[in-house]
Ligand binder design. Structure first.
Ligand SMILES: Cc1ncc(C[n+]2csc(CCOP(=O)(O)OP(=O)(O)O)c2C)c(N)n1
Length: 625
C-alpha cells in the first residue's frame, strides 16, 4: 500500500498528483472489497463514488467545508479519507465504526443519516446557519439519483433554489436506486446523460448566443419562448436551472481530471449549483458491476467468486410474505403490490414477476405510496404496501389522515420490524406499534412465525380495514406451512401453554423467546408459566388479559419494540381503562434510548430481550413479591 494507510486527514491527499490519486483510488477499492467481504455492507454504492469523494476532499477543505451525504451508505470512502482508515475494519460491528455518517464518530461527519432524501434540506440548514453567523465555507450535499426521487429532495431544491445562497448539490447518477431507478425524473436524467452538450449552464449558453456575430444578440433578445426553447436544446440540466440552480454536467464521475475541472469551475459560482456526475455502481469489482443490486447492501462474501457466504437455512419472512402474496394474487385480482424502491428487500419483486401490471414501485416515496394506496383502496382495490418498519415512520400522517380517517382497507406489510443489526439506530424498526396503535380504525398485529405470517396476510385482506403486520428481518422459525389459509379471529391471541403464577404475553418475534423463557423458569423454579401468543396489539385480546389477571398471575409483556407506546403499554392502558389497579405487570421491551449497531443477538442481549435476562427479571420480581 502506497498511500491509503498514510492518510490521516484529507490534507494528506492534497499534495498528490492526479496519477497518484488514481493509485489511491485503486487502494481504496481494494480495501472496500476486502473489508465488506468480511463485515458485509454497502459495497456497490461506495465503489461507484471513489473518484468523486477523492475529488471533493482534494479540492475542498473539510471539516471547514461541510459534506452532507444522502442516506449515508456511500460514505465509506469519506471515512477512509478522514482519519478512520485504522478503524475501518470494524465498520458495522458492535462499538466499531458505523455504516453511516455519525457526528459522534468524527468532526468530518456533519449530519447523522440513514434514511433517504434528507441531504439537501440538511445542507440548506447548514448554509443558512453559516450565513446567519457571517461565516464563509462551502456546504455540499451529495445525493444519488435514487434518493432524488424522494419528496423531501424536491421540497429542498424548491426552497434552496429560491433562497439563492451558496450551496452545492452533487447528483451522483448511476441509474440505480437499489433496483433500477424509476420515475419521470429518472427518465429525464437519462435524456440528459445522452445529451452531448457537456458542462453548460444557462449563462454559458446565453453568453454563447450573444457571441454569434450578427444574429446572436438578436437571438438572445428574441421572444422568451424562443430563448426557452433554445435553452432546452442546449442546456442539459434545464430542469435544475428552472429550480434556481446553476447546472454543471453531466460529467464522468470516474474521470478524475474531468471531475476536478468541473468542481473547480462550479466552486467559483455564487448561489446554488448542481453538478450532475455520472458513475457506475460497483465500479472496479466485476461481481458488483454485474449485480449492483445484490452488492448494494450485502452480507459477507467470497471475493473470488462474489458469492454470499452464509446461505439461509430457513425461508426468510420476506420470502414467505412475497410468495404468499403471489398465491393470494392469483385468486384475488384486486390485490395490488406497492413498494417504495424496495422491491427485493420486501419481496414485492416476486409479486412483480407474477403480476407486473398490479405492482407499483413509486421510488423512494413512502408518503406518496401510502396516500396512493388509500385512493386505490377507496376505488375497490386491495393494496398491500410493503415498507420496512423504519421507513414507514416517514408516512405517519399519510397513514393517519389518508388511510385511517377514511377507513381505507390498506394492508401494511412492515418488514424489518424489531432490531435489524448492523445498520443500527437509523434502521431498527422499534417504533411502529407506537406510531400505529393509537390511530383509530387500525389493526396492528404480528405473527409468531412465518406460517402465521401467511395467515395474517390472508386475514388482513379479509378484515377490510387498515391493517399493519409487523415481522422481523431474516430467517423465519423454520416451521411447516399449513395447507389452508384461514382468517384469524380479530383481536384474539392463542394459548401455547397453560400454566400458573406467570403469564408470558408475547408479541410477534418474542413468542420464541417466551418459550425459551418458560423453559428456564421451569428448570430453575419449577414453575410452568402460561405462554400466550398475543397476535394483536390492537384490538388487544381483552378476554385473555382478564383471565390471566383473575388468576393473580404476574403478567409479563414481551415485545421487540420500544416500551413507550408499545404492546406492554397497551396492556397497562387496558387495565387502567378497566379501573383495575392491582394487575401485576412486568414489561419487557426496549428502553427509552436508541439501540446502536451490531449483531442482532448481541443487541437483544444488551437490550434485555434475551430469555436468560428475562427469566432473571421475572425471578427477581417473584422474589420481591
Ligand atoms: C426513506 C428511505 N427509504 C428507503 C431507503 C432504503 N435505501 C437505501 S439506499 C437506497 C437507494 C439509494 O439510491 P441512490 O440514492 O441512487 O444511491 P446509490 O446506492 O445508487 O448510490 C434505498 C432505497 C432509505 N434509506 N430511506
Amino acid at each position: 500500500m502506497q498511500f491509503l494507510d498514510k492518510i490521516k486527514t484529507p490534507q494528506d491527499i492534497k499534495q498528490l498528483s492526479v496519477a497518484e490519486l488514481k493509485v489511491l483510488a485503486q487502494e481504496i477499492r481494494d480495501e472496500l472489497v476486502q473489508v465488506v467481504s468480511q463485515n458485509g455492507g454497502h459495497l456497490a454504492p461506495n465503489l461507484g463514488i471513489v473518484e468523486l469523494t477523492l475529488a471533493l476532499h482534494y479540492l475542498y477543505d473539510a471539516p471547514k467545508d461541510k459534506f452532507v451525504w444522502d442516506v449515508g451508505h456511500q460514505a465509506y470512502v469519506h471515512k477512509l479519507l478522514t482519519g478512520r482508515y485504522e478503524k475501518f475494519k470494524t465498520i458495522r460491528t458492535f462499538e466499531g465504526l458505523a455504516g453511516f455518517p455519525k457526528r459522534s464518530e468524527s468532526e468530518y461527519d456533519v449530519f447523522d443519516v440513514g434514511h433517504s432524501s434528507t441531504s439537501i434540506s440538511a445542507a440548506t440548514g447548514l448554509a443558512l446557519a453559516r450565513d446567519l453567523n457571517g461565516e464563509d465555507y462551502r456546504v455540499v450535499a451529495i445525493i444519488g439519483d435514487g434518493a432524488m426521487t424522494g419528496g423531501m429532495a424536491f421540497e429542498a431544491l424548491n426552497h434552496a433554489g429560491h433562497l439563492g445562497t451558496n450551496l452545492t448539490v452533487i447528483l451522483n447518477d448511476n441509474e440505480m436506486s437499489i433496483d433500477p431507478n424509476v420515475g419521470a425524473m429518472s427518465e429525464y436524467l437519462s435524456r440528459v446523460r445522452t445529451n452531448p452538450s457537456y458542462t453548460k449552464s444557462k449563462e454559458d449558453v446565453e453568453e454563447l448566443l450573444k457571441k454569434i456575430p450578427g444574429i446572436g444578440d438578436k437571438m438572445f433578445r428574441a421572444a422568451d419562448k424562443l430563448k426557452d426553447s433554445l435553452k432546452y436544446v442546449l442546456v442539459p440540466g434545464v430542469l435544475f436551472e428552472e429550480f434556481g440552480f446553476k447546472y454543471y454536467g453531466p460529467v464522468n464521475g470516474h474521470d478524475l481530471s474531468a471531475l476536478l475541472a468541473v468542481l473547480e469551475n462550479a466552486s467559483k459560482i455564487e448561489g446554488p449549483v448542481l453538478i450532475h456526475v455520472i458513475t457506475k455502481k460497483g465500479k472496479g469489482y466485476l461481481p458488483a458491476e454485474t449485480n449492483p443490486d445484490l452488492f448494494h447492501g450485502i452480507g459477507a462474501f467470497d471475493i473470488e467468486t462474489g458469492k454470499v457466504l452464509k446461505k439461509a437455512a430457513k425461508p426468510s419472512y420476506t420470502n414467505v410474505f412475497g410468495k404468499t402474496l403471489v398465491q393470494l394474487g392469483q385468486e384475488n385480482e384486486k390485490i395490488v403490490g406497492i413498494t417504495a424502491a424496495m422491491g427485493q428487500g420486501t419481496g414485492i419483486n416476486l409479486f412483480q414477476e407474477a403480476y407486473p401490471k398490479r405492482t407499483i414501485d413509486v421510488g423512494i416515496a413512502e408518503q406518496h405510496a401510502v396516500t396512493m394506496a388509500a385512493a386505490l383502496a377507496l376505488s375497490g382495490y386491495q393494496p398491500v404496501v410493503a415498507i420496512y418498519s423504519t421507513f414507514l415512520q416517514r408516512a405517519y400522517d399519510q397513514v393517519l389522515h389518508d388511510v385511517a380517517l377514511q377507513n381505507a382497507p390498506v394492508v401494511f406489510a412492515l418488514d424489518r420490524a424489531g432490531l435489524v443489526g448492523d445498520d443500527g439506530p437509523t434502521h431498527h424498526g422499534v417504533f411502529d406499534i407506537a406510531y400505529l396503535r393509537h390511530i383509530p380504525n387500525m389493526v396492528v398485529m404480528a405473527p409468531k412465525d412465518e406460517n402465521e405470517l401467511r395467515h395474517m396476510l390472508y386475514s388482513a385482506l379479509a378484515y377490510k380495514q387498515p391493517t399493519a403486520i409487523r415481522y422481523p428481518r431474516g430467517e423465519g422459525v423454520g416451521v411447516a406451512f399449513d395447507a389452508e389459509l384461514q382468517v384469524l379471529p380479530l383481536g384474539q391471541g392463542e394459548y401455547l401453554q397453560q400454566g400458573e403464577k406467570v403469564s408470558l404475553l408475547a408479541y410477534g418475534s418474542m413468542v420464541e423467546t417466551a418459550k425459551e423463557t418458560a423453559a428456564i423458569l421451569q428448570e430453575k423454579m419449577g414453575i410452568t408459566p402460561t405462554v400466550i401468543n398475543m397476535r394483536f396489539a390492537k384490538p388487544i385480546d381483552a378476554a385473555k388479559l382478564m383471565a390471566e389477571y383473575q388468576q393473580g398471575n404476574l403478567l409479563v409483556t414481551m415485545e421487540e419494540h420500544a416500551l413507550e407506546g408499545g404492546f406492554g403499554s397497551a396492556v397497562l392502558e387496558f387495565f387502567n381503562e378497566q379501573q383495575i389497579t392491582d394487575a401485576k405487570v412486568l414489561r419487557i421491551g426496549i428502553d427509552d434510548a436508541f439501540v446502536p449497531h451490531g449483531k442482532t443477538d448481541l443487541l437483544k442481549e444488551i437490550s434485555g430481550l434475551d430469555s436468560a435476562t428475562i427469566a432473571k427479571k421475572i425471578m427477581g420480581t417473584l422474589a420481591g413479591e
